[in-house]
Design a protein around this ligand. Structure first.
Ligand SMILES: [Zn+2]
Length: 85
C-alpha cells in the first residue's frame, strides 16, 4: 500500500506487476482503484483526493461487486495499520 509511484503508470512501467489480492493474498489477476467517499474512514482531507490502487486475484476480482464492502473494509484497516489514516 505504500508503492504509489506506479499507480497511474501503464504496464510498461518496469516496476509494474499486479499486486497480490487484497483479500486473500493470492497472486493478483486484476488491479482496481478505490476512491474513498467522504463517509469512509479513509476519506481524504477536504479539498484533497485519495486514490488507492489494490490487487485482486481471479476469484475475488470476478466477485468484486459482491465483495466491495469487504474490500473497502480491508483497505481501510490496512491504511489504519500503516498509519496512513
Ligand atoms: Zn483473492
Amino acid at each position: 500500500m505504500s508503492d504509489t509511484n506506479c499507480a497511474t503508470a501503464a504496464p510498461s512501467c518496469p516496476a509494474w506487476s499486479p499486486k497480490p489480492c487484497v483479500l486473500c493474498g493470492r497472486p493478483g489477476a486484476f488491479e482496481a482503484l478505490y476512491f474513498p467517499g467522504e463517509n469512509s474512514p479513509a476519506a481524504p482531507p477536504p479539498g484533497k483526493g485519495r486514490i488507492i490502487l489494490y490487487g485482486l486475484c481471479e476469484y475475488c476480482g470476478t466477485h468484486r461487486r459482491m465483495l466491495m464492502e469487504v474490500i473497502e473494509a480491508r483497505i481501510e484497516s490496512e491504511l489504519r495499520a500503516s498509519g496512513a489514516i
